[in-house]
Design a protein around this ligand. Structure first.
Ligand code: C2O
Ligand code: CU
Length: 473
């Protein structure tokens, strides 16, 4: 396998400049965006390595960045050119349920050769993404994802200063091809999920962004990894935090000195600017790297180099317009307990799967090793059903020894209490991190009718039992 060492050594060889407006989708004359899921061979690790068979939207990794103005209609004509069924989920959008793209819950999977018209209005501006939602553990690992940017009526920065960075970790063989033998491995499903050994940003290893000195840039970081919790340090690059999971704050926030964790599917918007002399520990520098800090050694994700005449730093002057969303009414909330069990070295207790008790001998065959409230995977009955407008508080108790990243479809929520202080509670999110043995309470107004998934976004965990659904009627 390509080791961390290789990652570091190849940093110089593979550094290349990225055009600023990279891979933006072009709508047809009638405004419809074409997306095709295709099998494409592509070199991931660099020219001297072999190509992998990937599954990509429009042959690109990541798929084309889709940009739509807030409140405008997005129309996507999707064609499935894969050999297996698939569907597209628009992650984090408070979308019409019929367009949520969850195979088997909100739509039938699009068969091989089939098409589907996605047609929705995105109510919120921000950084979102789209990805396959049928056997996602397999389809996303092979590359089926892209960025979905909903533009504010008044953008925070102009288009040249608005950079999307889609982060992914791929598991590669020594020859640089995608490691297929381990796809769906029981080991991954029951442990930390499929972790890669090769990190790309917008499909490239360690791209370099050439920026103008002293100007503000918005970085939209999207964690598209199957299972890796990426850790970054905004403070180390003198960045301000603009928002989480697509929802900007009312003003840019100063990061603390801790690292910021990004679970799979989470997004962080940052504002960067070349630090001026004396303003930062970085001194008067012409470049810096954004690093991934979850492993033993920091890995460089991307490099930013600055040139041109200096200007004064103006971050404070930025105006942010938060999305409008109803505050939960905690006094009249429906309380839903969610107990997570299972995983390696954990206990599942008595578990039902597809309406039947899951015997010890069934575990290897079904690969169901995690459960919510004693149920592995989707049951016929929802976890809860509420009327539209009802405030829901979900209290998640993680009785597994593993960290998870839990995603609620169709809604954004607030985190009410947690034992760790890392995520301030006043922010809206669509995915929250929960540590081993931790309890996290979230609250939201269930105001979007339909059947919604609630699952761990470590895609192997979801496949291995960590998913359920709820209904708003
Ligand atoms: Cu981003 Cu159910 O997914
Ligand atoms: Cu998980």
């Amino acid at each position: 396998m390509i080791s961390r060492r290789n990652f570091m050594q190849s940093s110089v060889a593979l550094a290349m400049s990225m055009p600023l407006a990279t891979l933006v989708s072009k709508a047809r004359a009638d405004g419809v965006i074409e997306l095709r899921a295709q099998k494409i061979s592509k070199k991931l690790a660099g020219e001297s390595y072999a190509a992998s068979q990937l599954w990509l939207y429009n042959g690109k990794s990541p798929g084309p960045e889709i940009r739509v103005k807030q409140g405008q209609r997005a129309r996507v004509h999707f064609t499935n050119e894969l050999d297996e069924p698939t569907s597209i989920h628009w992650h984090g959008i408070r979308i019409d349920n019929a367009m949520d793209g969850v195979s088997g819950l909100t739509q039938a999977a699009v068969p091989s050769g089939g098409t589907f018209e996605y047609d929705f209005v995105a109510p919120d501006a921000g950084t979102f993404w789209y990805h396959a939602h049928n056997n996602s553990w397999n389809q996303v690992a092979r590359g089926l994802y892209g960025a979905l940017i909903i533009e504010e009526p008044e953008p925070v920065v102009d288009r040249d200063h608005d950079l999307t960075l889609m982060l992914d970790d791929w598991r590669l063989e020594d020859d640089g091809t995608l490691h297929l033998a381990s796809m769906g491995s029981f080991m991954d499903w029951s442990h930390a999920g499929r972790l890669g050994n090769w990190i790309t940003v917008n499909g490239t290893s360690q791209p370099e962004f050439k920026l103008n000195a002293g100007e503000n840039y918005r970085l939209r970081l999207i964690n598209a990894c199957n299972a890796r919790v990426i850790q970054i340090s905004p403070a180390a690059i003198n960045a301000l935090i603009l928002g989480y999971d697509g929802f900007v704050f009312d003003r840019p926030a100063q990061p603390d000195n801790d690292t910021l964790s990004m679970a799979p599917a989470q997004r962080v918007d940052l504002l960067i600017n070349q630090p001026l002399a004396g303003q930062s520990e970085l001194n008067d520098i012409g470049e810096f790297a954004l690093q991934e800090l979850s492993g033993q050694n920091p890995l460089s994700l991307a490099k930013f180099s600055f040139s041109g005449a200096r200007k004064t730093r103006q971050q404070a002057a930025l105006k942010l317009t938060p999305n409008s969303i109803r505050m939960p009414d905690l006094d009249n909330a429906v309380n839903v307990p969610l107990i997570m069990t299972g995983g390696a070295m954990g206990r599942m207790g008595t578990v039902s799967y597809k309406g039947k008790p899951l015997g010890r001998d069934d575990v290897m065959r079904t690969k169901q090793v995690w459960a919510f409230n004693g149920v592995a995977n989707l049951a016929d009955e929802p976890l809860f059903q509420v009327e539209r407008g009802q405030t829901v508080v979900i209290k998640t108790e993680n009785k597994t020894g593993w960290i998870h990243g839990m995603h609620v479809h169709g809604h954004h929520f607030r985190i009410l209490s947690r034992q760790r202080k890392e995520l301030p509670s006043m922010h809206w999110r669509d995915t929250f991190i929960i540590d081993g043995d931790e309890t996290v309470e979230i609250a939201f107004v269930a105001d979007n009718p339909g059947k919604w998934l609630l699952h761990c976004h470590m895609l192997e965990h979801a496949a291995a039992g960590m998913q359920t659904w709820f209904e708003v009627v």
